[in-house]
Structures are given as structure tokens and as C-alpha cells.
Design a protein around this ligand. Structure first.
Ligand code: AMP
Length: 308
């Protein structure tokens, strides 16, 4: 079975959407990536850090999905990373109200010995130096290194980000971040500039408008499934990334054609994530639900067109 190493935040999130508001609930990029990847036949491990205020029941949610948590450091007396966000009425944009790094501020990741030979590494949205440290700990070059980042790091750690993206294969970012990184409005031009920065594959996430995959002159687009219920988009990007990485790890095939499938699987899983607050939907997601929605995805996009 392919090995997938995930590095990402485990967090308390507080979320406000037009449909309601939560107190502190389970969140974090690493959490969402792990939950999505657990839908695939992979050996997955998360490297992260929490304080001892992080409930055992949250750890158990991930353990019950067979995710290896030996690389999750619990800091005695430390406080877990906290993020608070508020969505605008269209749910496609949000304001970050609070980012308390807490234990993430001086996190030195330690990759468990049995994952230093992972096939795929998924570097979740974190300080680029943390992402770099994980790459350095790998005993051999993984088959594929995927990196996700966000405006917070683009704004505050540009040089470090540029250093780490030289070493990766795939970057996943949203459209606003791609424009921010390159100063280009056109996503085609933005993706070309990002490829010059290092990653050979660029995935641009466009929320409810789907996702684009760029590689040299090739472009692939997958829509997001139009949903009746959209409750809370938090974690959709990470869930997408977890599905993308999980699929590629399971198949072991990292060709452009395989990445097209990975994009569909990622979009499919993200469509569930947004149906409830936080991780609720992903925790209880069943394989038959995933499979049947994949068929809906296929029907949504299949058409015959005569090119004469
Ligand atoms: P997404 O909606 O996919 O962009 O991811 C939201 C998740 O990212 C939330 O669960 C947050 O806990 C986490 N998050 C937000 N800001 C940061 C940050 N600066 N570093 C690490 N994780 C973050």
C-alpha cells in the first residue's frame, strides 16, 4: 500500500457563515487532509502539533480512520492553534478574524521513522520553513511532493515560500492567491509564472467554480458539483488536496492523466465537506456515498459534441 505523509495544522476553529455560528470545533488543514485521504487505500500519517487542551476524542476521530498519529506532538501546557473565520453572503470569500498560532509558532516537525520513505508528501498550509524541514527529513526523494499555501504565508514569508516551492512538484492554491503570487489577473498567465517558480503542476482552486490543473501547455478543468446544501466551506480546499493526494498515492500513477482523475476525486470529496459545519460530514462519510456522487460528477460533465 502506498504511503502518504501529511503535514498540516490540527486546530480549534470557530466559524460563522450566513447559516450559523460555531463555538470551538475540530479543524485544521492536516485534519481535513487526513479525513479526505482516509477514503483511499493508503497508509497515511499526519505530522502536526497540538497543546494538551486538544481532546483525546479528536485524536480518536483520526485514529479510527487508521491514520498514524505518532508524528503529532502534544505540548504539555501548550495551547492548540486557533483560527476564526467569517464567511460573506456568497460563501466564496471569507475574512480571517483570528489566527493564534500558539504551539504552531515554534513547531519543529519530526517525521516518524516509518514514513521517511513515503511515496507522496502532502505539505499542508503551514510556515514554509516547516514544510522545508519535512522535505529535508525524507530519506529518499518522494515520488511526488504536493504543497498547499495561503495568503497568510504569501504575505509574511515570501522568501521562505519561494525556497520551498522550488523543491516541490504540485502546488494547490486558490485563484486569489495565484493572482497575489504573480500579479497576473489571467489564471493561465499566473499558472505559467508559478511553474517558472518551481512546481511543474499548478492546481488552482476556484471554490464553487471548480478547479484547474496546469502542466506546460496542458490545462484540465473540473467543475464543483452544484449542491443544494452548502453550509460551511471551511476545509474544502484541504479536503480537495487530501482527495487529490490520496488518489495519487493509492494508484501510484502520477501522470497528467492520473492527476485529472485525482482532481475529480478531490472535488468530489470537497463537495461533501461543505455540507455541514467543520469536519462533521467528513467524519461520517461512507464509501457508497462517495462512489455514488462520483457517478453524478461523471454525468454532470459528460457530453458529446460533434466537431465538424
Ligand atoms: P481551507 O478552508 O481549506 O482553506 O482550510 C481551513 C483550515 O485551515 C481551518 O481548519 C484552519 O484551522 C486552517 N488554517 C487557517 N489558517 C491557517 C494557518 N495560517 N496555518 C495553518 N492552518 C491554518
Amino acid at each position: 500500500m502506498g504511503k502518504l505523509l501529511i503535514v498540516g495544522s490540527m486546530a480549534f476553529d470557530a466559524i460563522e457563515t450566513p447559516f450559523g455560528k460555531t463555538g470551538k470545533i475540530l479543524g485544521g488543514a492536516g485534519t481535513f487532509i487526513g479525513l479526505a485521504a482516509s477514503q483511499f487505500k493508503v497508509d497515511a500519517a499526519i505530522v502536526s502539533v497540538v497543546g494538551d487542551d486538544f481532546p483525546q476524542s479528536y485524536m480518536d476521530i483520526l485514529k479510527n480512520k487508521n491514520i498514524d498519529l505518532t508524528g503529532v506532538e502534544v505540548v504539555k501546557g501548550g495551547k492548540t492553534f486557533f483560527w476564526e473565520g467569517k464567511y460573506h453572503n456568497d460563501l466564496n470569500s471569507r475574512d480571517t478574524l483570528v489566527t493564534e498560532l500558539n504551539t504552531l509558532a515554534d513547531f519543529s516537525p519530526i517525521v516518524p521513522d516509518n514514513f521517511t520513505d513515503a511515496d507522496v508528501v502532502m505539505l499542508g498550509n503551514l510556515h514554509p520553513n516547516i514544510q522545508m524541514s519535512v522535505i529535508h527529513q525524507m530519506e529518499k526523494r518522494p515520488k511526488l511532493i504536493i504543497l498547499d499555501t495561503m495568503n497568510f504565508w504569501i504575505d509574511s514569508t515570501w522568501d521562505e515560500l519561494m525556497a520551498v516551492i522550488k523543491k516541490i512538484d504540485v502546488i494547490t492554491i486558490n485563484d486569489a492567491e495565484a493572482r497575489q503570487m504573480t500579479g497576473e489577473y489571467s489564471l493561465v498567465k499566473a499558472a505559467a509564472k508559478i511553474q517558472e517558480m518551481g512546481p511543474k503542476y499548478v492546481v488552482i482552486k476556484k471554490g464553487e467554480h471548480g478547479a484547474l490543473l496546469f502542466h506546460k501547455e496542458n490545462i484540465f478543468f473540473a467543475p464543483a458539483l452544484p449542491l443544494e446544501e452548502v453550509f460551511d466551506p471551511t476545509g474544502a480546499g484541504d479536503t480537495f488536496a487530501g482527495g487529490f493526494a490520496g488518489y495519487l498515492t493509492e494508484t501510484g500513477n502520477i501522470s497528467f492523466e492520473s492527476m485529472k482523475n485525482a482532481i475529480i476525486h478531490g472535488s468530489n470529496l470537497a463537495s461533501f465537506c461543505v455540507e455541514r459545519f467543520g469536519t462533521d460530514r467528513m467524519v461520517n462519510l461512507q464509501k457508497h456515498e462517495v462512489d455514488s456522487r462520483l457517478m453524478q460528477f461523471r454525468d454532470l460533465t459528460q457530453f458529446n459534441i460533434e466537431l465538424t
